[in-house]
Ligand binder design. Structure first.
Ligand code: XMP
Length: 507
């Protein structure tokens, strides 16, 4: 006889699957290897496309968490270039919306197809004005216009080097008749051809009346080649999402985020199955109706159906599995993450994408989260300490175990968004009663993690391991892997005994 918990799983219907995973999370299962059908496990070859929202597809199903120690512009750029997406957190002071807008704008301006709104300067302005604009925007080439927005020339940093600030832009620019200019829009392939033929790096585009239509640069075209899986909008800019709350400044914040070009708005509250969330969705639909809305977090079939019925475009699943999270300790509420994903997927049946949020500590669990029902996976602590995370590096003395000598090791802070530190930083301290600060109820941890290299290395490893999992799973794309699992979960699922869990995951 098999012990009860390791008996092979034979589901009669989908409620049986739910019964099998009840009370379980990632480390409770292994998956049975199947006949491999992929010729290569190369992530460049295996299709990993999945939906982030109903409207936005990702070539790599990875989302960086909206936490103030994880996702600001640098992380969001890395995620989007690698084929995922970052969510800029809302960990800014209430009413102070511009810092979040700065982050979104920085991502949207990192790369382009055609720059539809290049920074421009009038030919009659001074070089000192041009320098100021270049410094403020970080842009090295300005499009020069004459009073009526007609293209007059281009001005680059090289043109202004060692030149008096009083000189006129018109006197230093390369005038239009010396430029290669294209009338109307142009495809990337044609732009590449034109740049090669004429040995140039920039092509201004003009409308029939000579006004500026856009600018296309070799740098952007090269970036498109370097990051073939990048998540881009229809203008070739990187995509980025941004989080708002469900009370306070959330409506103004969302309107500003939409204006800055945020590709999705994530309504992020600890308890998404709530009347507060219902009202927020209603209001946001009215104010920023055209932007995809992601809502969460929830962890039950009822919660998922509640959000589906209110018309959101993706649902974030996870109550309490997060690495920086103490909700379960503090409240005793939550659902083990595998059970939560299965419950939600059964309720939703792929009608809207699910984002598995929290608890993915090893790459095997990343593959499991996608199998057990999510379309993409949000990661926080897995990315903590990487170069792209915000925050200072602090050197801390650590005793080296081998030599017993003290070395100074670089660390970065990682903290839950409901940790005392994060909540305190979000409060407008001038308006807060000091007694309130002392009694902040924390549902999050703050820890120091060793500083490490780029998040891109971590992402590449995760993708390689996901492709290996797809191969072991007898599929040749991510979608086929999920479909095969859901049509015959009994072929895959092995629930682990204590000893087999140790054999599998303890090293
Ligand atoms: P991982 O495991 O990837 O999880 O670090 C990231 C997710 O954790 C959630 N989160 C919190 N949950 N209290 C909570 O209950 C917190 O302070 C907290 N901070 C983050 C969040 O969903 C995040 O995406």
């Amino acid at each position: 006889m098999w012990p009860l918990h390791t008996r092979p799983f034979v589901p009669r219907d989908t409620t049986d699957l739910l019964r099998f995973v009840q009370g379980c999370t990632f480390d409770d299962f292994l998956l049975t290897p199947q006949l491999g059908i992929v010729p290569s496990r190369d992530p460049a070859v295996i299709d990993l496309t999945s939906q982030f929202t109903s409207q936005i597809a990702l070539r790599r199903p990875i989302v960086s968490a909206n936490m103030d120690t994880i996702t600001r512009a640098a992380m969001a750029v890395a995620l989007a270039e690698e084929g995922g997406i970052g969510v800029i957190d809302r960990g800014f002071r209430a009413g102070d919306i511009s810092p979040q807008i700065v982050e979104v704008t920085a991502v949207k301006r990192t790369q382009h197809g055609i720059i539809a709104d290049p920074h421009t300067i009038d030919a009659g302005q001074r070089i000192s004005d041009a320098l100021q604009l270049m410094d403020r925007t970080g842009v090295g080439t300005l499009v020069v216009t004459a009073g009526d927005k007609r293209l007059a020339g281009l001005l680059t940093r090289r043109d202004v080097r060692f030149v008096s600030g009083d000189a006129l832009v018109a006197d230093r620019m390369t005038p239009r008749d010396l430029l290669v200019v294209h009338a109307g829009p142009i495809s990337s392939a044609d732009a590449e051809r034109l740049m090669a033929e004429r040995k140039i790096k920039k092509v201004p585009l003009v409308n029939a009346d000579g006004t500026v239509l856009g600018l296309i640069t070799a740098k952007d075209l090269i970036k498109h080649r370097t990051h073939p899986f990048a998540t881009r909008d229809d203008q070739g800019r990187l995509r980025v999402a941004a989080a708002v709350g469900a009370t306070g400044d959330y409506l103004e914040r969302a309107v500003e985020l939409q204006r800055a070009g945020a590709d999705a708005i994530v309504i992020d509250i600890a308890h998404g199955h709530s009347l507060v969330m219902e009202r927020a969705i209603e209001q946001l639909r009215k104010r920023v109706g055209s932007v995809p809305l992601v809502a969460g977090n929830i962890a039950t079939a009822e919660g998922a159906t509640f959000l589906l019925e209110r018309g959101v475009d993706a649902i974030k699943v996870g109550i309490g599995p997060g690495g920086g999270c103490t909700t379960r300790l503090a409240t005793n509420f939550g659902v083990p993450q595998v059970e939560a994903l299965v419950r939600c997927q059964q309720a939703i049946s792929d009608r809207v994408p699910l984002i598995a949020d929290g608890g993915v500590k090893r790459d095997g669990a990343f593959a499991q989260a996608l199998l057990f029902g999510s379309d993409s996976v949000m990661l926080g602590s897995a990315f903590a300490g990487t170069e792209e995370t915000p925050g200072e590096i602090v050197l801390k003395p650590v005793v080296m175990p081998e030599s017993q000598k003290v070395a100074r090791v670089p660390f970065k802070v990682f903290r839950g968004m409901a940790s005392v530190g994060a909540v305190r930083d979000r409060l407008d301290l001038e308006d807060v009663d000091p007694r309130e600060l002392e009694t902040l109820g924390s549902e999050g941890l703050e820890v120091s993690v060793p500083a490490r290299g780029s998040v891109r290395t971590i992402i590449h490893d995760m993708l390689k391991h996901l492709c290996s999992a797809i191969s072991y799973g007898g599929a040749d794309t991510l979608q086929q892997f999920r479909k095969r699992f859901w049509s015959e979960p009994q072929r895959y699922l092995i629930r682990l005994s204590h000893a087999s869990r140790m054999e599998s995951f303890e090293r």
